[in-house]
Design a protein around this ligand. Sequence first.
Ligand SMILES: [Co+2]
Length: 364
Amino acid sequence: MEFLVIPQKLRNRCPSTDHESIIVFRLCFCDCDLRRHGSTVHTVTGPHAGRSDDDFGAGLFEDFLRFEKFFIAKLRVGNNYQCGPAVKLAVGHFFFSSFVSRLEIIAWGLIECLRMIQLKSAREIEIMKGASKIVAEILLELREQCREGVTTADLDRIAEELIQKKKARPAFKGYRGFPACVCISINEEVVHGIPSSKRIVQTGDVVGLDFGVIYDGYYGDAAMTVPIGKIRPEVENLLKITEQSLYRGIEQARPGNFISDISAAIQRCAEAHHFGIVREFCGHGIGRSLHEDPPVLNYLQNGKGPKIKAGLVLAIEPMINLGTEKVKILDDGWTVITLDGRPSAHFEHTIAVTPDGPEILTRV
Ligand SMILES: [Co+2]
C-alpha cells in the first residue's frame, strides 16, 4: 500500500494553505488511474477545523487525469519517505526523480491542485440540481417525520430508504467513518450528531438535520433546524435569524462580489441579535467532492477571499448559537456541542452562482 504523507512543516511553507493536521493520501494504481482512498490521521483543530481537507474524492484525481502526465509517488508511512520512480505533476510542471526534499515539492503541488476552485459548467450544474433536489425532497420528508417520540435512528433509517429509492448514495455515511446518512444534532448539539435508537425526539427540542447525497458523481448538501412543538421564544428567534442569515449570505453570492461578502452578511445578521457564530466550522465549495475550495466562513476573517464567478457552487451553512460561540467535541469524536449548553441552529443550502446571481439548488 502506498501513502503520501504531507508533513506538518510543509503546510507552513505553503502560502495558500492553513492546514493543521497531517493528511495521508493512500494511493492505488490501476492502469494509470490514480485514485485516493485515504483518510486523515489527525483531526484538524483551530479556526479551520471545518475545512475537512481530507475528503478529496476520486473525482479530483480523475480531473488530474485530464492532464497528460500525472504523478506517481511511491511512499511509505513512517519517517522514511521515499519517492517513486519518475514524477511529473500537472501543475507546476516539476519533474522529480526521488527522495525526501522532492516529496515536499510534490506534496506542495498536490495541495495546490486540490485547493483550486473548480467552476462548474452548465452541464455539471444541471447534474448538481438533480443531486440537490434529492437532498431537498428527503429533508422535507425528514422534517415531516421529525416529531415527538421518534428516535434519531428512525429518522436516519427513513433517509436511507429514500436515498435508495431515488437511486442516490448517502454523502455522509462512511465519510471519515461517520456511521449514518444524516447528522442529527439536538438542542445544544451544533452539528455532526450521530443518530441513535436511544435518542428520542421530544417536544421543545430543536432538531438539526444535516444531509447530503451523491448523485451521478456530484454532491448536494443541505441542513435545517426543526422545532418540535412549542419552543421557547428566544430559541424560535435563534432559528429564524439563523435561517435569515443564510439567505443574507446567499444574496451576496453573485459574480463580482467576494466570498467575504457572504461571510460579512451572515455575521451582520447574527451579531445584530448578539448570537454566537461558531468559528470552527464553515461552508464550502461543493461538486465532485463534498468539501471543495473555497471555504465560506460565517464571519469576517482577514482579506476579501476569492472573487465570486459564475459557475461557482457553494454550500453556505451558518451555525449560530444562542449563547457563546465556543464549542467542543464530545468523546464520540463527532458531536459538536456548545460550551455553555445553550441551543444552536444550523441552516444550509447548496447554491450555484449564475451570471444573474445565486440560484438555490437544494430547494424544491
Ligand atoms: Co456542508
